[in-house]
Design a protein around this ligand. Structure first.
Ligand code: CMP
Length: 936
């Protein structure tokens, strides 16, 4: 029997090559070898190769080329695939199709005709050369009429051409005919099996297989061409067939074929060999015939990850509609799996006959969760809106929870999309836990999403209605979203507390929002139930405390009544007394809001027509003329700084007022009466009040520039920072004003002892203030005084001095702090320095998206401050061991600070009064002069 040779170099697999070969054969004039073209197209599934393909096609005579829309390369890629051809054909006839699908259909038809022609040639050759292959078969007592076994068909093909490299190549070729419906399994199975007991029949009548008249001379050529086409279409048919198999029925050869295919798929090309091999064993082929099919809906539970193998899908989100389209080689559906969150979008088939490679959740988690793409970029309308990155760090949180490993965390995004993502991550089942990134978002939102924008977006989400699904599904989704918004808002209130009550925009929103919740009977009764449940369990998490304390009327601020008798927080709108000096040192006073601008002050005090200016001057006489738009000047005054009002020409003549230059005498007499422990306790008590009055968000305003946040105040933070400077100068001032050497040495010892107690009390802010004071050059140079210190005190001082070592970014301090448990007062200037570094070293936006990585870093510091205050501070009674005395863990109430023996209540009040009203010299030059006068 003559052996017909097909082209000796048959590319193993290429969806396109069969089609191209065909075109090539029709266009012999181009004189390019089959091999050249196939090699050019070997890199498949890339947009480049598709473009090349169009290039190739454009060189062919137009009569030979189907009408291909160059905007729709995916249509060409689909062309060789024929699995659903017959079902599609009938559906196409009934449904009007979009343009792209018309083109696709043209190509399909074109190919079908070619395949049919090839099938006829092969069939006639089979009948002519080996008619016995088609006969009645008996198997398991059943007779199958006029059919051939799969094995015989493969054997016959292998004999027909010695260029087949494997039986699977021949199997693939027969599979093409099975997919076309030209060859059918006697039991209608979809896969072709290379077996003795599996029988196949040519559908001769339907396809008119005998209907071909081949010239005797061109018989071999025709056969060669037909085989060439089928051989080149075989690999795809084979692959689809393998993918359709149940994963546990795949043979090692099958896995190899899938593995090879994965090399060409964008979504998995970056994965390691071993991961791709594992994937080959679990990938499931999923196809849908109809455009418009909903693959899954937003809010659904995530069950699988998908790679688009053929076709395209639309990504649709509630409220926004179509946000993007994903094409062949793209993947989707990983977010819900990795973050264990509901689906963030609805996926709808954009065209008929889409094919997916699907990995189900269990396999995805086992194989891919840790290795799958580290960065995911979500787009909407062609623009990136959210960039997520795999994070493996275990981040402990102040909520007491921890971020589980290997989740996608937000790197950057638009404010709205980040919020949308945050809402998705909120879990209603775990009533107390909120993902730490939600706190990061809320604590930093003023930087990238002003209150008004956040309130509008929250309202929008609260009201969002899904556009598809049954009424029941829509209602369930809407209720779920509402609950999430309520939880997020509750957390916002918990984090911001009275800041929101004082913010008119936020307050109005919260009021309306509360009314909305109350009016929704289903939602409010659900929430009331949840609140009841929560009250039963002990709750420590801050956000949930708010929810727990919410009363039945959902009064957001019922938990935020300021404790009576404590230092009040300064609010932006509070009116304070401005004391302003004239050049002749006479003072004028006026009550104005904390956040009043220089312009406000000037217009209140003088005729705006006159050329007056406001000047800030310190005790050294350094002056700064304030700009008209500068706000909150009184809150930002440093130690001993004062405001002056004068005409522009008088600025240079201004001199400090006498109260800036005090004190001139030491308070040694008073200090002698006070124990270092009592002083330390009063410092700590006062510091706590200052620290608690400050909101951590004030640090954001401070570092990013208060003027960027209308209506915001940093007065409490500035007051606390000023206190640090005050205490520091107080130590230096008192030592430099104490003329008696012996007394000075006693005072020095007292301050060191006070530092020890402050450290024990975990008041690191004042501890450092005292230590900085002691390390001031004006104090350090007092050798005679230091010499008089007992050795033990010197040793203690040296040990503590090491904590101040700034090397390696204050490592010594950081290590010491890491060991502390709350409550404690941190070293505030270092926190501010850290935040300033983060701010100055990182852009707020990257590629027009909020740099959320920076916000996370900022939030980390804020959370640290929150953590410090997460336990109530309880002042001690001096009889007990200091550490246990000062910080009881239990929910203790405030008890007396003083022992009966050492201090009467009156003297306690005196110590407090003294500590709160320190008079200091902040002029370093003057302090050095004083020091020199004491010890030369
Ligand atoms: P998942 O949330 O699991 O399900 C919907 C998928 O759509 C989502 O994962 C992403 O993979 C994908 N997707 C692509 N673009 C977007 C987008 N702009 N917003 C949300 N999801 C998107």
């Amino acid at each position: 029997m003559p052996v017909t040779r097909v082209a000796s170099v048959i590319p193993m697999r290429s969806k396109l090559s069969g089609f191209l070969c065909l075109l090539h054969r029709q266009h012999r004039d181009t004189k390019r070898s089959h091999r050249d073209i196939c090699i050019a197209l070997k890199t498949r599934n890339t947009r480049l190769s598709r473009q090349k393909l169009f290039g190739e096609m454009n060189t062919l005579p137009t009569s030979d080329i189907p009408d291909i829309d160059t905007e729709a390369p995916a249509a060409v890629m689909c062309s060789a695939d024929t699995i659903f051809r017959s079902s599609l054909r009938s559906s196409l006839e009934q449904t009007p199709l979009p343009d792209a699908v018309d083109t696709q259909d043209t190509i399909k038809q074109f190919l079908s005709e070619r395949i049919l022609k090839a099938a006829r040639v092969v069939y006639i050759t089979l009948l002519e050369r080996n008619p016995g292959l088609i006969r009645d078969r008996k198997h398991h007592l059943k007779t199958y009429r006029q059919c051939s076994s799969g094995k015989e068909l493969v054997d016959w093909l292998m004999k027909l051409n010695d260029c087949f490299q494997s039986r699977s190549q021949a199997v693939g070729m027969w599979q093409v005919l099975v997919d076309e419906g030209i060859l059918v399994h006697v039991k209608q199975e979809l896969n072709f099996h290379d077996k003795d007991t599996q029988f196949y029949r040519f559908v001769e009548a339907d396809f008119d297989l005998n209907n071909t008249t081949i010239e005797k001379d061109s018989k071999d050529d025709e056969l060669q061409e037909s085989l060439s086409l089928l051989v080149q279409m075989g690999p795809d048919a084979l692959l689809t067939m393998i993918l359709r198999k149940c994963p546990n029925q795949r043979t090692p050869d099958d896995l190899e074929v899938i593995y090879e295919e994965l090399l060409h798929i964008k979504a998995v090309a970056h994965l390691s060999t071993s991961v791709r091999k594992e994937l080959a064993a679990v990938l499931v082929f999923e196809s849908h015939a109809k455009a418009g099919t909903v693959l899954f809906s937003q809010g659904d539970k995530g069950t699988s990850w998908y790679i688009i193998w053929r076709g395209s899908v639309n990504v649709i989100t509630h409220g926004k509609g179509l946000v993007t389209t994903l094409h062949e080689g793209d993947d989707f559906g990983q977010l819900a799996l990795v973050n264990d969150a509901p689906r963030s979008a609805t996926i709808i088939l954009r065209e008929d006959n889409c094919h997916f490679l699907r990995v189900d959740k269990q396999d995805f988690i086992r194989i891919l969760k840790d290795v799958e793409a580290n960065t995911v970029r979500l787009e909407e309308h062609g623009k990136a809106v959210l960039v997520l990155e795999k994070s493996s760090a275990q981040e402990s949180t102040y909520q007491g929870g921890s971020a589980s490993s290997n989740k996608y965390t937000v790197m950057s995004g638009t404010p709205e999309k980040i919020l949308e993502h945050m809402l998705e991550t909120i879990k209603l089942e775990t009533s107390d836990f909120i993902d730490p990134s939600v706190s990061d978002f809320l604590l930093t939102h003023p930087v990238f999403m002003p209150y008004s924008q956040l309130c509008a977006a929250l309202q929008h989400h609260y009201q969002a209605e899904p556009s598809e699904g049954s009424d029941l599904e829509k209602a369930a989704y809407a209720l779920n979203t509402k609950q999430k918004v309520v939880k997020l808002v509750g957390h916002w209130v918990a984090l911001f507390g009275s800041l929101l009550r004082d913010n008119p925009v936020a307050f109005e929103f919260l009021e309306k929002f509360r009314e909305g919740v109350m009016a929704d009977s289903r939602l409010s009764s659900m929430l009331k139930e949840q609140l009841r449940d929560r009250r039963k369990t002990k709750i420590t998490e801050n956000g949930c405390q708010t929810l727990t304390k919410l009363n039945r009327k959902f009064d957001w601020f019922s938990a935020y009544e300021e404790p009576v008798g404590k230092l009040r927080s300064i609010k932006a709108q509070d009116k304070v007394l401005y004391e302003i000096f004239k050049p002749d040192h006479k003072a004028v006073t006026v009550m104005l809001p904390v956040d009043a601008s220089v312009n406000d002050i000037l217009t209140t005090l003088v005729d705006p027509e006159r050329n007056y200016v406001l000047v800030k001057m310190n005790s050294s006489g350094d002056r700064v003329q304030l700009k008209l738009e500068t706000t909150a000047v009184s809150a930002s005054l440093g130690v001993n700084e004062r405001l002056f009002l004068c005409s522009a020409s008088q600025v240079e003549q201004l001199t400090p007022v006498s109260e800036q230059l005090v004190p001139e005498k030491s308070t040694m007499d008073t200090l002698e009466q006070m124990g270092s422990k009592d002083m330390a306790s009063q410092h700590t008590s006062y510091d706590w009040e200052l620290f608690m009055a400050m909101h951590e968000v004030e640090l954001v305003y401070y570092v990013f520039g208060r003027e960027k946040f209308p209506g915001a105040t940093t007065a409490n933070l500035e007051r606390f920072v000023r206190r640090f400077n005050e205490v520091q100068y107080w130590v230096v001032t008192e030592l430099c004003l104490c003329e008696d050497l012996l007394k000075r040495a006693i005072l020095l010892k007292k301050f060191i002892k006070m530092a020890v107690v402050l450290k024990e009390q975990k008041n690191l802010n004042s501890f450092f203030a005292v230590m900085f004071g002691l390390s001031n050059s004006a104090v350090q140079r007092l050798n005679k005084t230091w010499e008089r210190l007992p050795n033990k005190t010197k040793r203690v001082y040296c040990a503590y001095e090491r904590l101040m070592d700034p090397s390696r970014n204050h490592r010594a301090y950081r290590l010491a702090v890491a060991k502390l448990s709350p409550p404690y007062i941190p070293f505030m200037p270092l926190l501010l320095k850290d935040m300033t570094f983060i701010h100055e070293g990182n852009q707020n936006y990257t590629d027009k998206l909020v740099n959320f990585e920076k916000m996370r870093m900022i939030a980390r510091t804020l959370k640290m401050i929150r953590e410090c205050r997460s336990q109530p501070y309880v002042p001690s009674s001096p009889q007990k061991g200091l550490t246990e005395r000062m910080f009881l863990d239990a929910q203790a109430i405030r008890i007396s600070t003083y022992s009966e023996q050492s201090l009467t209540l009156r003297s306690g009040t005196n110590v407090r009064l003294y500590i709160q009203n320190l008079k200091v010299i902040d002029n370093q030059k003057k302090l050095t002069q004083l020091s020199r006068a004491l010890e030369r």
